[in-house]
Design a protein around this ligand. Structure first.
Ligand SMILES: *[C@@H]1O[C@H](CO)[C@@H](O)[C@H](O)[C@H]1NC(C)=O
Ligand SMILES: *[C@@H]1O[C@H](CO)[C@@H](O)[C@H](O)[C@H]1NC(C)=O
Ligand SMILES: *[C@@H]1O[C@H](CO)[C@@H](O)[C@H](O)[C@H]1NC(C)=O
Ligand SMILES: *[C@@H]1O[C@H](CO)[C@@H](O)[C@H](O)[C@H]1NC(C)=O
Ligand SMILES: *[C@@H]1O[C@H](CO)[C@@H](O)[C@H](O)[C@H]1NC(C)=O
Ligand SMILES: [Zn+2]
Length: 498
């Protein structure tokens, strides 16, 4: 093994010199030199093999579960985000190891829903939260429920791991960069035939008359959720209530026709705090706070690229605070953390999506520092993919958003979307793009679409070895459930009832 150490030694020796000439380029040059030596690959493979041989399943129940959900984070998005993270840190990029790359167990998740080959975030959220595949647009309901038909709600409710964890005396939390009433977190606590019924103002009067309840109301009445962090203020306050951050904006005022203030209702419990600004968020005393609601925007939070870091916390900061509060419960906790990588892809702007994915990975990294693998099952997955790819025989270290030149001298971006707003054609031929911002799309659509291929499940901690092979997406919460024995029973009962 001695010869294997030479490369590292060389790197250390050359290190100080490299700073003088541009560390990033030179570091990459040294790396490429090392990679020419078979011993480099041999040493790296041996290290990986050693770790694989030492890996032992942790065959006991988890005390805590953290479920990280990258909304729209397909495999190609993870690979591109890995390169971006490396390049942001001044390296070539491809060799970077993401926090999620270090998870020892991996499975593939089949994401189709009962009624769609390519699924949406609502049906998939029902699958991974509640263990049951469902119909598009619906949350927390089996496929017996029909989208937008209120009267198909009742009797078709399915229940999430979050709810079951709470019933077991654990603390529970949701963290998201969208509005907290958005489809992905909503399936953890709500049952709605429409993912869009954020406040009562969004329900048709017929649905209200038939007894359907908006998602924001269900957020504070269905399950007692200890930590709620994200956006979505306007669905919580009476119609016309000025927004604290945008007091002169009419479109961001409170939205509730029933004049309820749901924040006040949630605050009734003791040791509860509500914040809407990063300053108050930072001042939260973990010791005296058992419940925390932070709503940082009227609707979704801003893209990480546009985030004002003195006003809004990052997903990493929200994840950290959530774990610190939930961890006070000696019985453990369930935490759901979502990053909306999806929206940047829908805009056809890879930078928005991939920067989110990097921020998401940093949250995963921070959670790993705050938890122990011996008692915490951490799972990272996505609800669905996007029609996003990158290619073109690009050279090593190529800037991930860079353009490359094709044979006909027409530049094209290495990153491409199969459809979306990046379609630029002039008189029937591909336009000569000079944009660095939006990537090209083959088919013109106002909004780029989801992709239908499998997504990855990464897992570590107790019972993580149950994530292997190719699985249906609903398996995810059944497996999570098995860590609480009663939950597994619930899961089986549900299964037999159908
Ligand atoms: C449910 O409501 C729809 C209209 O929204 C109606 O057509 C249907 O008959 C109702 N079904 C039941 C079982 O009441
Ligand atoms: C908060 O209030 C709800 C509703 O009154 C109650 O069910 C729950 O147990 C309370 N939680 C705490 C931590 O006091
Ligand atoms: C960020 O927010 C702070 C505090 O609200 C504000 O003073 C500052 O102008 C904002 N910065 C930008 C770039 O918008
Ligand atoms: C498109 O074709 C028309 C008709 O041949 C021509 O007049 C026009 O200049 C072309 N536009 C561009 C941008 O090439
Ligand atoms: C496309 O634009 C680039 C840069 O503006 C230019 O160098 C190149 O010649 C153009 N190609 C064609 C085919 O017009
Ligand atoms: Zn989407």
């Amino acid at each position: 093994m001695a010869h294997c150490r030479v490369p590292n030694f060389l790197l250390i020796l050359l290190g100080p010199m490299l700073f003088a000439v541009g560390w990033a380029t030179m570091e990459s040059q040294v790396l490429y030199e090392l990679e020419r030596d078979p011993a480099y690959w041999d040493a790296q493979a041996r290290e990986t093999l050693d770790a694989a041989l030492k890996l032992r399943p942790r065959d006991h129940q988890a005390k805590n579960i953290i479920l990280f959900l990258g909304d729209g984070m397909g495999v190609s998005t993870v690979s591109a985000a890995r390169i971006l993270r490396g390049q942001m840190e001044g390296r070539s990029g491809e060799e970077t190891v993401l926090a999620m790359d270090t998870f020892p167990y991996v499975a593939l998740s089949k994401t189709y829903s009962v009624d769609r080959q390519v699924a949406d975030s609502a049906s998939t959220a029902t699958a991974y939260h509640c263990g049951v595949k469902a119909n598009a647009k619906t949350v927390g309901l089996s496929a017996n429920a029909v989208a937008y038909e209120c009267n198909t709600t009742f009797g078709n409710e399915v229940y999430s791991v979050l709810r079951r964890a709470k019933a077991q005396g654990k603390s529970v939390g949701i963290v998201t960069t969208t509005r907290v009433q958005h489809a992905s977190p909503a399936a953890a606590y709500a049952h709605s035939v429409s993912r869009g019924w954020y406040s009562d103002a969004d329900l048709p009067s017929s649905a209200r008359e038939q007894g359907c309840v908006d998602i924001a109301t269900q957020l504070v009445t269905n399950v007692d959720i200890d930590v709620i962090l994200g956006g979505g203020r306007m669905y919580m306050t009476p119609k016309g209530t000025p927004d604290p951050e945008y007091p002169t904006s009419n479109s961001r005022k409170g939205d509730r026709k029933d004049k309820m203030n749901l924040i006040d209702i949630w605050l009734k419990n003791k040791s509860s705090h509500y914040v809407w600004h990063k300053k108050e968020f930072d001042e939260i005393n973990i010791k005296t706070t058992d419940r925390l609601m932070g709503l940082f925007e009227p609707k979704d939070m801003r893209f990480e690229v546009f985030r004002n870091s003195t006003r809004d916390p990052s997903i990493m900061e929200m994840t950290e605070k959530a774990i610190q509060i939930l961890n006070k419960n000696p019985k453990g906790y369930f935490l759901f953390v979502e990053d909306e990588i999806d929206h940047g892809h829908h805009d056809g702007i890879a930078k928005l999506a991939l920067t989110e994915a990097v921020a998401f990975d940093k949250a995963i990294q921070r959670a790993a520092q705050l938890t122990r693998e011996s008692d915490t099952l951490t799972v990272v997955t996505a609800d669905h993919s996007h029609v996003f790819t990158f290619g073109g025989s690009t050279p090593r270290g190529n800037p991930i958003f860079g353009e490359i030149i094709q044979n006909d001298k027409m530049p094209f971006t290495s990153i491409l979307y199969a459809n979306g707003p990046g379609y630029i054609h002039v008189n029937g031929s591909r336009g000569n793009i000079t944009m660095e911002y939006m990537q090209q799309a083959a088919v013109p659509l106002d909004v780029e679409t989801h992709g239908g291929e499998d997504v990855t499940i990464y897992a570590k901690g107790p019972m993580a070895h149950l994530f292997h092979g190719v699985k249906e997406q609903n398996y995810l919460s059944c497996t999570s459930s098995s860590h609480f024995i009663i939950l597994l029973l619930c899961c089986m009962l549900l299964f037999h009832k159908r």
